[in-house]
Design a protein around this ligand. Structure first.
Ligand SMILES: Nc1nc2c(c(=O)[nH]1)N[C@H]1C(S)=C(S)[C@@H](COP(=O)(O)O)O[C@H]1N2
Ligand SMILES: [Mo]
Length: 198
């Protein structure tokens, strides 16, 4: 009797879980444009700022008291590694925008350390994006973005900003760090939107 679990087939036989041009990573690579910022939980805050300059801010204690979810998702880095079935815990961006009045088109993620990346607001809503603070059942390690990072798994992983400090809601989309250096404004891995103009 041939019993092949779905998970096994997905990883070894059938490539449908992998976007074009991607291969499976066996480890969890660390990709950071600069040094790892160390942010103590005492000084950590997360702020949503609207296009009308209204702000909603959470301390760490307030943030981890928000309703959170466990999620298992595939991640795809533009440098061509993918990792399937990664486990996280975090707060849906829907929860964070719940009582925020906005008609913004996009959001700029701002990070401790200065990194930025832009995402259309529609891609952060509808159960598609989270601010996560645990990986594999443990506090998110600093090198992977702890205390907390954005997780937008349906876009290339550079959109999943580590050491997240806030979301700035924008009336008009504008490029973040990698986007202004030639990477794609949107970054859909299934369409191989790696660079500007693709
Ligand atoms: N603040 C910050 N976030 C970041 C980055 C960064 O350099 N700084 N790199 C991005 C890139 S290019 C990738 S592929 C992922 C890597 O996350 P990892 O180091 O946890 O694998 O983080 C993204 N988020
Ligand atoms: Mo990346």
């Amino acid at each position: 009797m041939a019993v092949i679990s779905r998970g096994f087939r997905r990883r070894h036989g059938d490539d449908t879980a992998l976007p074009p041009g991607q291969h499976l990573a066996t480890d969890f690579p660390v990709l950071s444009a600069g040094p790892t910022p160390r942010v103590s939980l005492d000084e950590w805050t997360f702020t949503v700022t609207t296009e009308a300059a209204e702000a909603r801010r959470w301390t760490w204690e307030e943030f981890v008291a928000l309703p959170s979810e466990e999620l298992t998702v595939d991640i795809h880095c533009v440098t061509s590694w993918s990792k399937l079935g990664t486990h996280w815990r975090g707060v849906s961006v829907d929860v964070l925008l719940d009582d925020v009045r906005t008609s913004a088109a996009a959001a700029m993620a701002h990070c401790y350390g200065g990194y930025t990346t832009n995402v259309p607001l529609a891609d952060l809503r509808g159960g598609q994006a989270w601010v996560v603070y645990a990986y594999d059942g443990k506090p998110l390690p600093a090198e992977h973005g702890g205390p907390a990072r954005l997780l937008v798994p349906h876009l290339y992983f550079w959109k999943s900003a580590k050491w997240l400090k806030g979301l700035e809601l924008l009336e008009h989309d504008r490029p973040g760090f990698w986007e202004s250096l030639g990477y794609h404004m949107y970054g859909d891995p299934w369409k191989e939107q790696r660079y500007h103009g693709q």
